[in-house]
Design a protein around this ligand. Structure first.
Ligand code: LLP
Length: 417
């Protein structure tokens, strides 16, 4: 679905003009389309058809309560990585039997919190974590369902910071140690083996690494079965890439799901997926306004009111987001420019070397910002976090109010005099 549309000379998300949103809620502001969110979930759902499956939205991509509740109402489950995310999904009304807990560093209190909530499964990443889960579950008088997260040693060919399935990464249990750890899990009193888990990275733009990882994991499932350890599901994690540039061609949701289901053969295994970016990434944009045009002898800067604290992806991963000027200036007025924020760092850019026709006060849309935008935002430079708005048809709903400055230091105190 195309998020930003131009109709009768106006730029809009669904049927609400971005000009109206900027007037009403101010900038910077994240704007999401409810229809695009529903569409992404529905495509996953339809692609699995009647294959046994579970879609577990990866909360870290965008953890706004309204988005969680929307996915929950559609039937989605959730992949969480912290006690904070657990509290969020429960606050959004999630059924604990549709929650799995991933992550390499689950603390005792997080595990206890998840046991008390009776979540569906822990994706365990190491032997000491397995022992800890078993011990805490025994203390609580329950058995915890577990999957071991296997590191299949597959190159996801993505940015090194978001690649997780190589031997040298901190994630998962090395493939060759997995069988031994499953045997151990099978003996532990506090756990019940439910599945196998893997996740090889994020923003993958070809299906081949998913297929390679899946095949390795299926082989492990077969080996376990021959030892009498039957598993019920394979969780393949998330990672499906989205189109940031027009020329990007990641597999579609349908192709991705087919690459999985077609490899199962006769095996009666449920497939779990943990999509984050592909559920929300192209359903949201960051709306920002030009503060100044500033020309130096070297370059032309467009200083906007959004910064790296609002959207850190360009600074952190050198990520490219399409930037659209929401005006009707003549193309002849377009200049090569650097779109930068007000934060005091040269790494504070939204886009470099863009050709845009802009003047002060113009609005700009930064596209594909629905995933890892707001959820990675900070208060750096004591900047209040942006507002978030979901458009549903011709209505715009504020789903997170802009932070106030007083909130930023409300928890701080002075030393005694
Ligand atoms: N499951 C696990 C265990 C994960 O670690 C992740 C993402 C996902 C699922 C969801 O992956 P997705 O479908 O969104 O690719 N901040 C980075 C992305 C970090 C991804 C971390 N893990 C970025 O802005 O590109």
């Amino acid at each position: 679905m195309t998020l930003l549309i131009e109709r009768r000379g106006e730029f809009a998300v669904e049927s609400v003009s971005l000009d109206a949103i900027a007037q009403r809620f101010g900038t910077p502001c994240y704007v999401y389309s409810k229809a695009a969110l529903v569409d992404a979930y529905s495509r996953y759902r339809r692609a699995f058809a009647d294959h046994e499956h579970r879609i577990l939205y990866a909360v870290k991509a965008n953890s706004n309560l309204a988005i969680l509740k929307l996915f929950n109402n559609l039937g989605s489950g959730f992949d969480i990585v912290s006690g904070g995310e657990l509290a969020r999904v429960l606050a959004a009304g999630a059924d604990p039997s549709r929650i799995v807990f991933s992550g390499v560093g689950k603390s005792q209190s997080e595990i206890v919190q998840a046991l008390a909530a009776r979540i569906a499964c822990f994706n365990v990443e190491s032997e000491p974590e397995l022992e800890r889960v078993s011990r805490l579950a025994t203390d609580c008088g329950v058995r915890a369902n577990v999957s071991l997260r296997v590191n299949p040693d597959v190159d996801a060919r993505t940015h090194p910071y978001i690649s997780t399935g190589l031997r040298q990464d901190k994630f998962g249990i090395p493939h060759e140690q997995a069988l031994a750890l499953y045997r151990k899990a099978n003996q532990l009193p506090g756990v019940r083996i439910a599945g196998i888990d893997c996740h090889i990275g994020s923003q993958l733009t070809t299906a081949a690494p998913f297929a390679a990882a899946f095949e390795r994991v299926i082989a492990l499932a077969d080996a376990l079965r021959s030892e009498g350890i039957a598993i019920e599901h394979i969780d393949v994690g998330g990672g499906l890439g989205i189109r940031y540039r027009p020329e990007d061609e990641p597999p579609s949701i349908e192709q991705y799901v087919h690459a999985l289901t077609s490899r199962l053969g006769e095996r009666r295994l449920s497939i779990m997926v943990e999509p984050g970016r592909s559920m929300v990434g192209n359903a949201g944009l960051l709306l920002t306004r030009v503060e100044y045009l500033k020309a130096t002898p070297e370059r032309s800067f467009v200083v906007v009111d959004a910064a790296m604290n609002d959207l850190i992806r360009p600074a952190l991963y050198d990520a490219w987001h399409e930037i659209r000027a929401l005006n009707h200036r003549s193309p002849e007025a377009a200049r090569l420019c650097q779109v930068v924020g007000p934060v005091c760092e040269s790494g504070d850019f939204i886009g470099r070397d863009r050709t845009l026709a802009l003047e002060a006060d113009d609005l700009i849309a930064v596209l594909s910002a629905g995933a890892y935008g707001m959820s990675m935002s900070s208060n750096y430079n004591s900047r209040p976090r942006a507002a978030e708005v979901i458009v549903d048809g011709d209505r715009a709903h504020l789903v997170r109010a802009r932070e106030t400055i007083a909130e930023l230091y409300a928890r701080e105190s002075f030393l005694p005099e």
